[in-house]
Design a protein around this ligand. Structure first.
Ligand SMILES: Nc1ncnc2c1ncn2[C@@H]1O[C@H](COP(=O)(O)OP(=O)(O)OP(=O)(O)O)[C@@H](O)[C@H]1O
Ligand SMILES: [Mg+2]
Length: 356
């Protein structure tokens, strides 16, 4: 009889791909696909150091905690700002995957999506966090590269692919060819910045203090990057906050135009970054991109009218990647399923790990 892991173990894959995002983290289990998606939030009791909640449950606590409990996003602008909380979050994800299953057997391999231009120190922080959380091998992939693979673009060919990933913390504009990133530009100007623009606008125009989640609701509900079809009825949204003068609760009606104006400068900066990258792109690749178009991924790609604005400003076709919020996780998952064939698209981490 051939010895092997009992079927109950061998059927259960242990390898994961994780999109560790500033706003949302997604986990892909090898052979299964994306198994969950949760906000990247950790709530900690500072008196005891105990983790109280992670993900959706912790998100509900943001801005609502007593002073000894801190519910916060451990990643800022796409990179780890609170190492311990990130590690705890990864542990929680891994445990959730293996919930109720007896863990025994071979090594756990994890592919993690990280921002472009991540420093060596930041790379090491992600690898250490994943290893402390239970991984035995950790591979890193740049998020826009993963998004491109998730969109099934032919990243290993010599043709240029243009991807703009607009997440919560970062906007990354890249040109990909021959399995590598040829040009990239990163801005710390994405979904979270749009939210803070709306908060500032309400404060300045209406003397109303609103919370981050209210601002995000307004952005998703009535936000746009350019005026939309005027035949459609103008949209507005009642929002509640505290009047800064009277100190009392107040409700105002925010219009679509208000929200657009609030975010205008930040949206402009993203468009300018895209134009800058086009200017730096070698002509042969520009010709390819004119055919294939600019691909938008990340939650920010869903901002109404952004695709039309980018198309108008760049004179290039623009496509929103199908299901842009999951593109990075799906792409990292494809890499995990085909590690041998796709190893070249991974970030080099050899210098970070001691020889085995
Ligand atoms: N329909 C929508 N319109 C506009 N913005 C949206 C929409 N849906 C989600 N978003 C925004 O997308 C952002 C989250 O996107 P995503 O999950 O891609 O970010 P992330 O991967 O966590 O962040 P990062 O890549 O910067 O680390 C949030 O700011 C969210 O408000
Ligand atoms: Mg992202």
């Amino acid at each position: 009889m051939k010895f092997g892991w009992p079927k109950i173990f061998s059927n259960f894959s242990r390898d994961l791909a994780i999109d560790l995002g500033t706003a949302n983290s997604l986990v892909y289990l090898k052979g299964k696909g994306i198994i969950f998606s949760e906000p990247s939030v950790v709530a900690v009791n500072q008196k005891t150091g105990k983790i109280l909640a992670v993900g959706r449950e912790a998100e509900r606590m943001v801005g609502r905690t007593p002073s000894h409990i801190v519910a916060d996003y451990p990643l800022v602008d796409g990179v780890i700002s609170d190492f311990e909380a990130t590690e705890q979050m990864l542990k929680y994800f891994i445990e959730k995957v293996y919930e109720g299953k007896f863990i025994l057997g071979p090594r756990i391999r994890i592919v993690v999506g990280v921002p472009c231009g991540i420093t060596e120190v930041e790379k090491k922080a992600v690898i250490d966090a994943a290893k402390n959380a239970g991984a035995s091998e950790v591979y890193l992939i740049e998020e826009p590269m993963a998004a491109a693979i998730g969109a099934r673009l032919t990243v290993q060919d010599a043709g240029g692919n243009f991807v703009v990933d607009i997440g919560g913390g970062t906007c990354e504009v890249v040109v990909i060819s021959l399995g590598g990133i040829v040009i990239s530009k990163s801005l710390k100007n994405a979904g979270n910045k749009f939210d803070s623009d709306i908060i500032n606008y309400c404060q300045n125009e209406y003397k109303l203090l609103i919370g981050k989640r209210t601002a995000e609701r307004a952005k998703i509900g009535i936000g746009s990057a350019m005026p939309l079809n005027t035949k459609i009825e103008k949209r507005d949204m009642p929002i509640r906050g505290r009047n800064l003068v009277s100190g009392l609760p107040e409700e105002i009606v925010l219009t679509e135009e208000d929200v657009r104006k609030a975010m205008e400068k930040s949206v402009r900066q993203i468009v300018d970054a895209i134009k800058e990258v086009i200017e730096q792109t070698p002509p042969e690749l520009v010709a390819d991109i004119m055919n294939k178009g600019i691909h938008l991924s990340g939650g920010g790609a869903l901002l109404r009218g952004l695709d039309s604005l980018v198309a108008r400003e760049t004179k290039m076709p623009v496509k929103i990647i199908d299901d842009p919020l999951t593109a990075v996780a799906r792409g990292a998952g494809i890499v995990l399923e085909n590690l041998d064939k796709l190893k070249e698209v991974l970030l080099d981490t050899d210098t970070l790990e001691p020889p085995k």
